[in-house]
Write a protein that binds this ligand. Structure first.
Ligand code: ZN
Ligand code: ZN
Length: 267
């Protein structure tokens, strides 16, 4: 099994040590993990200035040497995507040695969809449709940018939004969601199935299965899975069960990475 979304002390919001993560993954019988620390380019972001590429690379190299025989370890990163920072992100990635680069939408303007603070205000100051469409619009630009190997936790806006406003269905935003999915398929960007939504209020993966099924219908085949762990008890969170569900809808393989090249992990 694999877990392709894990944060450690090298992210601003996790206290996990790399060794703890590796030992736990081995204990759970996982074959492969990817460390995906946050890298934020916006000074408004809480993680701004925290990420240290050289430090992360050296730690992951040590981990690969120490655990390589028991556990495949991949050097990833989770970058907060903003359209206005595409050039900066592209310049940063140009000379870096990653296995796997996730692009995620955390910020819609100055609103952070991964925080409860600000959510009520965001939905108060615009119509429900404007609010959700503005979130989808950033995801659409991300998919179109070609900068990333993977779209992280699509639909994470549901995490706190549903505290304040009615949830939406796939059908309600089918047009723009299909447009995003078609871009992912065309650009061969991997769709992440992020299991953190199962421990958040939506109690569904990000994205939910209706969208994963739509991704398959529209010809998508590259998919990965991650727990988005910031705590030890979340390593591998509900991944085996979710993979079983994916198999039931016809998924036979997940996508893993080596030096940003795709490989198949049969399930
Ligand atoms: Zn994220
Ligand atoms: Zn994350």
């Amino acid at each position: 099994m694999i877990d392709y979304h894990i944060h450690t002390v090298y992210s601003c919001d996790s206290l996990l040590e790399h060794k703890m993560v590796c030992n736990r993954a081995i204990e759970l019988g996982f074959d492969e993990i990817a460390f995906t620390e946050h890298h934020d380019f916006d000074p408004l972001d809480e993680g701004y200035g925290f990420y240290d590429y050289a430090k992360v690379l050296s730690r992951i190299t040590e981990m690969k040497q120490a655990y390589g025989k028991k556990l495949a370890i991949k050097h990833g990163v989770e970058i907060t995507y903003q359209k206005s920072r595409e050039q900066e992100i592209s310049d940063f990635l140009e000379d870096k040695e990653y296995d796997f680069v996730v692009g995620s939408v955390h910020l819609v303007g100055s609103f952070d969809v991964s925080q409860d603070a600000g959510t009520e205000e965001f939905f108060k100051n615009r119509t429900r449709e404007e609010a959700f469409l503005s979130y989808f619009e950033v995801n659409r630009s991300l998919a179109e940018s070609g900068l990333f190997d993977c779209l992280g936790h699509f639909e994470m806006i549901r995490r706190y939004a549903i505290n304040y406003i009615d949830d939406y269905s796939y059908e309600e935003y089918a047009e723009i969601v299909d447009e995003i999915i078609r871009l992912l398929v065309k650009k061969e960007v991997v769709l992440e199935v992020n299991t953190s939504g199962l421990r958040h209020l939506p109690k569904e993966t990000y994205p939910r299965f209706a969208l994963i099924e739509r991704f398959l219908e529209l010809g998508g085949s590259y998919m990965t899975i991650g727990s988005d762990s910031h705590l030890i008890e979340h390593i591998g969170y509900k991944i085996p069960e979710t993979v079983e569900q994916l198999k039931q809808i016809g998924v036979t393989g997940l996508t893993i990475f080596d030096g940003r090249r795709k490989k198949v992990y049969n399930v």
